[in-house]
Design a protein around this ligand. Sequence first.
Ligand SMILES: [Zn+2]
Length: 441
Amino acid sequence: MSERTEIRGARHWRTGEPVDVTIEGGVIANVRPAGAKATTSGAIVEAAEAILAPGLVDIHVHLREPGQSSSETVESGAAAAAAGGFTAVACMPNTSPVVDNPGWIAWLLARARGVRCRVHPIAAVTVGQAGEQLTEFVSLEAAGAVALSDDGRPIQSAETMRRALEYARHTRLPILCHEEDLTLRGQGQMNEGATATRLGLRGIPNAAETVMVRRDLDLVELTGGRVHFCHLSCEGSFGAVRDAKRRGLEVTAETCPHYWTLTDEALIDFDTHAKMNPPLRSERDRDATIEAIGDGTIDCFATDHAPHTLEDKRQPFDQAPFGIVGLETALGLTITQLVKPGCLTLERALELWTEAPRRVLGLPEVRLEPSFPADLVLLDPHASWTVDPERFRSLGRNTPFGGWTLTGRALATWCGGVLTHMVPGLGAEGRHARPAGAGAR
Ligand SMILES: [Zn+2]
């Protein structure tokens, strides 16, 4: 890709200094103080002091392929990612069929060629995610899997989990754990507590998550294996991880924007768009989430982007599937709910969406320096916008944030130097940006 782009007058996400950046051949060619002389061939983007940062990375998305392309496709999910400022995503294997062999990893990588975001497949831990027979970790890694997970269908047998952790030590792959004891979840539909009682819905106790977090911490201690905890949602889980880290265990954890933004009160109108798993918890858990982000118990952010068709979500509450989309609201919810109230600096918030998830999965580094891949996002942390699910690039419209006014959004995204997203107006208001269309890997 020999496309050349000049980004002028952006603010460096770390130093805050105004910079001009040249992208050429898919990489950052140079970064210099704004206003320095440069050639003017190729596209020019006047950044008008918007922040330039490495592209966001989401290590927990559901792209629904193979098998459920009415909910999302690799292509539509990648377009949603680009619109949200993301340049890389890792996709979960709980598809139909399950991504549990090297053939499906190769299929996904082929499917992801030319889409608007880098796609890193995650492979199942057990065949068919049935929780019994382990998959071929070594050949899955060789085929390009970046992690292992039975997300959506957590491994109930401690013995199977022990063997998985031991086997995974022969690879560099972490096991991404969706922590849930299915016997404690039972027929639960939402967080157990006063709101569930008021609505007459069956509850899911915090313990459904915490007993599994504690089990797997014990198994990490036993095996020396490597675990990353997905979408942690409650006080007890954060406490257990905090304590484990203090004891020197090498574990990592993520949480998602909905857990620092909403509580189970969001379900008061039986809104299936707020039905998710783990469920939205209490105000106390929401506070604990923000505390765990602040003190480093949480290593990175992720969206758990889980698109469903409206038809599926319009079913009666107890039959509607769990999950919400997240790629196109993640940055706005981060800035609105964490940065604006002063819980987190913008720089730290961006770290948790960029360098931190790359570290968790061992993905190559992206720095705002010459010769690094031009995987970049130009973002306006002050832009106010209204969430309109009808305008999502994702096929999923299932969000509880429709109609919300958020602060902060991605103005433009480049993946491997290719422009993958630009808000209308940025190129039009006398600013000369030429959209390069799709095609990045
Ligand atoms: Zn999950």
